[in-house]
Write a protein that binds this ligand. Sequence first.
Ligand code: SF4
Ligand code: SF4
Length: 225
Amino acid sequence: MLGIGLIKGLSVTLKNLFSPIFTIQYPDKKVGLLAFSKHINKPILKILQEDPKMFVMGLVRMATIPVKIDQFPRFRGNEFVWYDDRCTACASCAKYCPLGIIEIVTHESGENMQAGENYAIDKFDIDTGRCMFCGLCVEACPYDALHMGTDFERSSYSRVDLVLDKETLTSQTKNPSSWFRPQFESKEYNPWEKNMSNSKDAGRHEKPSDQKIKENWVNKRKLDG
Ligand code: SF4
Ligand code: SF4
């Protein structure tokens, strides 16, 4: 029938006109005075005394607060989380990277000679500006020292700023992604709720206790024998 298409189209428009709004304002959203005072944890009267301009903005629902959009725990952001105390400088991550963008420089430390000597790490750089976030480096790490990160707000005007160097990797907040890390999922860890600052929590391969070693290598052998 002539005009049926027009009615169908208008019915879709009408349906959407009265459905809930799901637009998310990002990176900031406009809020009223109450929400603003809750966000900065200050009473409304204090805002009036200290920042009258923001008070007026809040009155007309134009005060802004940042929005952090939560992602899934396995989300891979454009950063990495590195635990220097778990890293042996074996360079497996650098060898597996198809783009060759992980640079590791080491020197002999003179420590732990009996076990074959440890390496001291002078440089550990990842150029995230060239990274495709395939995660092969994370899969290759035998010691759970390197993890995909979850931060995605690292845009910059300069390519140099996209290089994650040893100092940045060591000092930044650690919110690793649970991608390729089943041990995180078994602990129901959610990077959007808390960070994982203790490197022990990040690993699967902890040194077994003396009791465990005895069970596996002495008691079990006696039984098998
Ligand atoms: S995620 Fe892929 S491209 Fe990026 S550093 Fe790791 S291996 Fe290289
Ligand atoms: S593979 Fe892991 S342990 Fe080896 S150098 Fe890379 S981060 Fe360190």
